[in-house]
Design a protein around this ligand. Structure first.
Ligand SMILES: [Zn+2]
Ligand SMILES: [Zn+2]
Length: 184
């Protein structure tokens, strides 16, 4: 049965009132409360409670959706999508940095987790202008620039916002020392 035919049939049934949520039955009489209760309990029997992958709130779904349902609402769904998109972007940025380092013949590489841990350690703050995410978005700055022979290990990386990173360019400034975070 094609979706088109399915839709036509369901439309026809709805017009005749043969639909669980219709207020009137086939003869035009209002559905009795007992009938509604019966339908409700059948639907409930088919329902299961699961917790939302985003807000961990508990919500009810039809058993048939058990394998696919993840989020309690549209809002939670789009929040989760945004998060994955952001994570994907970060992973992409890291692999781009690693590739650039390889091309420049620099030693070392680092992972997304190392970068995330580093950012978290500084409270998601740009070490130069002290603004925080999400007001700015942090980029990886090589303290000793790759072009000046710096390596690509996480120990040579500090989080700076785009503006500060551009301004620093190929100068060697360790904002970690300036901040007193790191002992010289
Ligand atoms: Zn939710
Ligand atoms: Zn900054």
């Amino acid at each position: 049965m094609t979706p088109e035919i399915k839709r036509k049939i369901s439309d026809a049934l709805k017009r005749k009132g043969i639909h669980p949520t219709a207020r009137y039955d086939i003869t035009g009489k209002t559905r009795s409360d007992e009938w509604k209760r019966k339908i409700k309990s059948t639907l409930l029997k088919k329902a299961v409670f699961i917790s939302c992958h985003q807000c961990s709130g508990v919500f009810r779904i039809c058993k048939a959706r058990l394998k696919t349902a993840k989020y309690c609402s549209r809002a939670c769904h789009s929040k989760a999508m945004e998060k994955t998109l952001r994570e994907k972007q970060i992973t992409k940025n890291i692999s781009r940095e690693n590739r650039r380092a390889r091309e420049l013949g620099a030693e070392g590489s680092h992972t997304t987790t190392e970068w995330e841990t580093l950012k978290m350690g500084y409270g998601y703050m740009c070490l130069c202008c002290k603004r925080c995410e999400p007001e700015i978005s942090l980029t990886e700055d090589h303290i000793i620039p790759l072009v000046k022979g710096g390596n690509n290990y996480i120990s040579n990386i500090q989080p700076l916002c785009g503006d500060c990173n551009t301004r620093k360019h190929t100068k060697i400034i360790d904002y970690r020392i300036e901040m007193g975070v790191l002992e010289t």
